[in-house]
Design a protein around this ligand. Structure first.
Ligand code: DLL
Length: 435
């Protein structure tokens, strides 16, 4: 189902004309109302009237997360306080979060974009969503909630945590869709198995998973354990929250970005130069319709690539590939770049392991070393240490072949790796503890 057929299938030429009109309006508004943007544009000697074509977006300054923090809490707002009907905040683990505001129209647009996402996942009015993303300042819960209500679904606003209760509600309320982080979905699967409930036999058909990087291998794991289609949804607090982009059920390959609301660029991480489709770089977004908290060329640090090939689903909006991870989560181990998702891919291909893992980075002398902590599946554990050692050696070899460096592999009994309630913590970096 397509929620907003006119906008989602708009011919590309029309879409680009709409983007240009909206961009010109946005730049003028940012220049007039947000001191930060006026100063940043003056410094680059760019005025709103310089934006004549869509390509001129690259004349505009980048906006970085640190700059949003510097303007905490309200410095980047473009409307007076009486027009802001909701605040949300990023999950900043250290220091101040980024607070963003929504006008009534921002909330309505967000609801429509999230509704498009749910429809693209094969959901309809009357479907029932078990929404296990956290509610609160985090945008996951409220974002999917708004989308489900806009589409006309029934939403079960269960939020995250109390996992046994989640399983009971999945069993009793018979939702047809679930939304949560992929790592939390695994936690739910495990809890269901303990309670002897076979999720595959429930009416659940679709999983809307995002908020953290995950792999095709994890998709396979979740689809087979839950008997669902698992789709990748993307978004960031700064841009609104979930619903910036989603995979469509038809393709399950690449996430459509709602281009009537955002301009997406992929740029070289070091030079900031825009890259053509097919080249990996950092995603950069300009918000075309946000009223309270507009952003020019926001550097997400998320690594992906653009895919402008037409999609079978009929949507004309450009796609981005599944994220590899964030540039700041990339580990550099003895000169080799390592993403947790690369390790995940290998672990998930090893059937005798459980899908729970965490990486630890150490510094020994001048050398950085990486250890993977992963759990044995109950049958492997039952076979004993010798079998676990053999599996560890095999995984170590696979990691070396795939990534190119030696990584220590430690296989633990079931339950040893911390379970996630939201975004999984994939890396513990002991290098930062020293000194
Ligand atoms: O995680 C919003 C969200 C909620 C997205 C629910 C999808 C579902 P933040 O807490 O601000 O917002 O974190 C944003 O999470 O920059 C990415 O690094 C990461 N992220 C979000 N979705 C994906 C995804 C929400 N599908 C940050 N794949 C982003 C990989 C993702 N990373």
């Amino acid at each position: 189902m397509i929620f907003d057929i006119d906008n989602e299938t708009r011919p590309r030429e029309d879409l680009k004309a709409l983007q240009l009109r909206r961009l010109q309006h946005l730049v003028a508004r940012c220049y007039e109302t947000v001191k930060f943007y006026r100063e940043a544009m003056d410094e680059l000697e760019v005025k709103p009237h310089h934006i004549k074509t869509l390509a001129d977006v690259k004349l505009l300054p980048f906006t970085k997360k640190e700059q949003l923090r510097d303007n905490y809490p309200y410095g980047m707002f473009a409307v007076p306080p009486d027009q802001v009907i909701r605040l949300q905040a990023s999950s900043g683990t250290s220091g101040k979060p980024v607070v963003i505001g929504h006008t009534r129209r921002d909330i309505a647009n967000w609801g429509e974009m999230a509704a498009r996402c749910l429809a693209a996942s094969g959901l309809h009015p009357g479907d029932r969503l078990h929404n296990a993303y956290g509610y609160g300042l985090f945008t996951g819960g409220p974002g999917l909630n708004g989308g489900a209500e806009t589409l006309g679904m029934t939403v079960v606003p269960v939020s995250s945590g109390q996992t046994q209760r989640q399983v009971m509600l999945l069993n009793d309320l018979e939702p047809t869709a679930i939304s949560c982080t992929p790592s939390y979905a695994l936690n739910i699967c495990e809890e269901a198995e303990k309670l002897n409930i076979d999720i595959r036999k429930l009416p659940l058909r679709v999983g809307i998973f995002g908020a953290e990087p995950w792999t095709e291998e994890m998709r396979y794991e979740l689809e087979s354990r839950m008997g669902i289609d698992a789709l990748d949804i993307y978004g960031l607090t700064e841009l609104q929250g979930p619903g910036v982009a989603i995979e469509c059920l038809v393709g399950k390959k690449g996430l459509h970005v709602w281009e009537d609301h955002f301009i997406v660029e992929c740029v070289d991480v070091d030079t900031g130069e825009p890259l053509p489709p097919g080249e990996r770089g950092e995603l950069v977004f300009t918000t075309l319709t946000r009223e309270a908290f507009p952003l020019l060329r926001f550097r997400t640090r998320d690594l992906s690539m653009l895919d402008d090939k037409p999609c079978k689903c009929g949507r004309t909006h450009v796609k981005v590939h599944r994220m590899t991870g964030r540039s700041d989560d990339m580990l550099i181990i003895r000169g080799v770049n390592v993403f947790p998702t690369q390790v995940e891919a290998i672990l998930m291909r090893t059937e005798t392991l459980s899908p729970f893992y965490q990486l630890e980075v150490f510094r020994e002398g001048h050398l950085d070393t990486l250890r993977v902590n992963v759990e044995a599946s109950p049958p492997l554990y039952a076979k004993g240490q010798e079998f676990m050692d053999r599996t560890a050696a095999k995984v170590k070899k696979d990691l070396k072949d795939f990534i190119g460096i030696g990584i220590e592999v430690k296989i633990h009994p079931t339950g040893a790796v911390e379970r996630s309630m939201g975004k999984a913590v994939r890396v513990i970096d002991h290098r930062k503890e020293k000194k």
